[in-house]
Structures are given as structure tokens and as C-alpha cells.
Design a protein around this ligand. Structure first.
Ligand code: SF4
Ligand code: ZN
Length: 288
């Protein structure tokens, strides 16, 4: 197959592009999302929430071309996984002179992730809450937290929240969250929102951003993994399914967000961080 722009051998199909045209297609798509959804202003102080996986390295690689970025990572203490991704992340940040801060469950909560999981409880639910808490807590002096969520992640989230059902969680969806006006929350943006996982994987490997793909050993246990497999299967048979879900969601997001923004946000009486109840979810988990 030949690149549709220059006739060199293609490295990617749909769209059929050679290496150079594929890389610039991806970067244009990301900067296009930033500009269309007004994700960033030139004066914004931004911090990238990174893990050292393909998504966050792609995000760091692209954003650092045009913006001054800082980086934050959370070490949950997951054996046979986190140490390796953090090593890749540290090397990347050192090479690009990007300031990196690593916060750990052990230091912040007194134990690794496993210490907070009850028997039969799914690790991701606990981990996600504690990770989001730390990211927010340590990003206060920044205007925006950028995350590496992609089209696959976001279409899975929409479907998961519909099936559960958990409509209020859908307010976190979309390329930008609506919580900038709430004191104590740093606004989150997702510049990779319209990129497919496969596009990101290809971009990361073509740029030598990582040597191997490692998945968290807990991921297979999650509810998300089931929805992911279901959606991948459906996408293969009906191409465009994930994009259709996202587009449907974005058309309806204003209604969903209006409801969630009316919820009152308090200060957690234990740690002082923003919380929907008297005590925040992180303090409830750690307290148990
Ligand atoms: Fe945490 Fe689950 Fe992500 Fe692993 S897959 S880092 S347990 S949220
Ligand atoms: Zn708290």
C-alpha cells in the first residue's frame, strides 16, 4: 500500500499514510482538538498526568513541542508493573528536561494499593479514586491537568456509565471537564480524546517512545476490561462504533453536566480536599 499523500510505503491503513505523514496527521489531530475545544490558553500552566505508558508518552511528546509542560506520576506500588513504566517515564523526562514529580500511595496513604483492597473488591475502583485524589491534590498551582485518555477509553466510559447506570460520572467525560469553577479542583483536559488506541500505539512505537507494551496486571480484573472486549469486538464488525458513541455523548453532554454542576461541593473534614460528602472517597478508603 502507498501513502495517499506522497506514494511512499504506508505504515498505517485507514488513513493510509507513510511514517512522516502519519506522525504529522496525529499531531495535527491533537492540536486541532486543543484549538476546537479551547483546551489550552497560551498563559495556562499545565501539568501532564503520566504513567509512562503509550498514551502519556505520546501526550508528553506532542504537547512539549508547543507548550511548557510539567509532569506528575503516581506510584501505586503495583508489583511487576509500575516500577518499569516509571523507569521509562523518568528517562523520557530527563532526556527532554521536563520536570517530573512522583507521588506514592505508600508515602501519602501509608501503604501500597493492595493494602486498601478488601477480598473480592476490584482493584481499579479503589486505585482510580486514590489516583485522581493525588493528581488533584498535587496539581493545585497549575491551571490544567492533561490526561492521556483516548477515544477507546472514553467510549468505554460512556458505555460503562450507561450500563451501571452512573450518569453523574459521565460529567467527567468529554475533552474538557466542567469543574473549573469549583474551588479546589484543577480542570482536566484530554487532548488525545479523538485518537484511537491503535493510532497512539503506532505513534509511540514509530517515535521509539517505548520498547514494549506492558499492561497493569489488575486491568484484566476490571469491569472496564469486559466493556473494552465487547466494544472491540463490535468495532471490528461495525467500524465507527466507538466514534459514534463519543459523538452521541458529546451532543448530550450539556444536559448531563448541567445536573452535576448543581451538586454542592464541600471540604472533606478529614483532609480538607474537595468532596461531595462530609468525608471524601479517598479518606473513606484509607480509613477503612
Ligand atoms: Fe490502577 Fe486499575 Fe489502572 Fe492498574 S489498571 S493502574 S489497578 S486503575
Ligand atoms: Zn479527605
Amino acid at each position: 500500500m502507498k501513502c495517499k499523500s506522497c506514494k511512499k510505503p504506508a505504515v498505517y491503513l485507514n488513513p493510509t499514510l507513510c511514517k512522516n505523514h502519519f506522525l504529522s496527521y496525529i499531531e495535527k489531530k491533537v492540536f486541532g482538538t486543543i484549538s476546537k475545544y479551547k483546551l489550552l490558553k497560551p498563559s495556562d500552566k499545565i501539568i501532564i498526568a503520566a504513567s509512562g505508558g503509550k498514551d502519556s508518552l505520546t501526550l508528553l511528546n506532542i504537547l512539549s513541542k508547543k507548550f511548557k509542560v510539567n509532569c506528575i506520576a503516581v506510584d501505586e506500588g503495583i508489583d511487576n508493573y509500575r516500577e518499569s513504566t516509571l523507569k521509562t517515564l523518568k528517562a523520557f523526562c530527563r532526556k527532554r528536561k521536563i520536570p517530573l514529580k512522583i507521588v506514592s500511595f505508600k508515602k501519602e496513604f501509608g501503604g501500597k494499593l493492595d493494602a486498601f483492597i478488601f477480598p473480592k473488591q476490584k482493584p481499579c475502583a479503589v486505585c482510580g479514586t486514590l489516583r485522581r485524589y493525588l493528581m488533584n491534590k498535587h496539581s493545585k498551582k497549575f491551571d490544567k491537568i492533561c490526561t492521556g485518555h483516548n477515544l477507546d477509553d472514553e467510549s468505554q466510559s460512556v458505555l460503562m456509565n450507561l450500563i451501571k447506570p452512573n450518569t453523574s460520572l459521565n460529567a467527567r467525560g468529554g475533552p474538557i471537564t466542567g469543574l473549573s469553577s469549583v474551588e479546589g479542583f484543577t480542570q482536566k483536559i484530554k487532548p488525545l480524546y479523538f485518537l484511537k488506541e491503535k493510532e497512539i500505539m503506532t505513534y509511540a512505537f514509530l517515535n521509539n517512545l517505548l520498547d514494549e507494551y506492558i499492561e497493569c496486571p489488575n486491568a484484566v480484573l476490571s469491569y472496564r476490561a469486559k466493556v473494552r472486549d465487547l466494544l472491540n469486538d463490535y468495532e471490528e464488525k461495525h467500524s465507527g462504533t466507538k466514534k459514534n458513541i463519543i459523538e452521541f455523548f458529546l451532543r448530550n453532554k450539556p444536559k448531563i453536566s448541567r445536573n452535576i454542576l448543581q451538586e454542592e461541593i464541600h471540604r472533606c473534614k478529614k483532609c480538607g480536599e474537595p468532596s461531595k460528602g462530609e468525608v471524601c472517597s479517598a479518606c473513606i478508603i484509607v480509613g477503612k
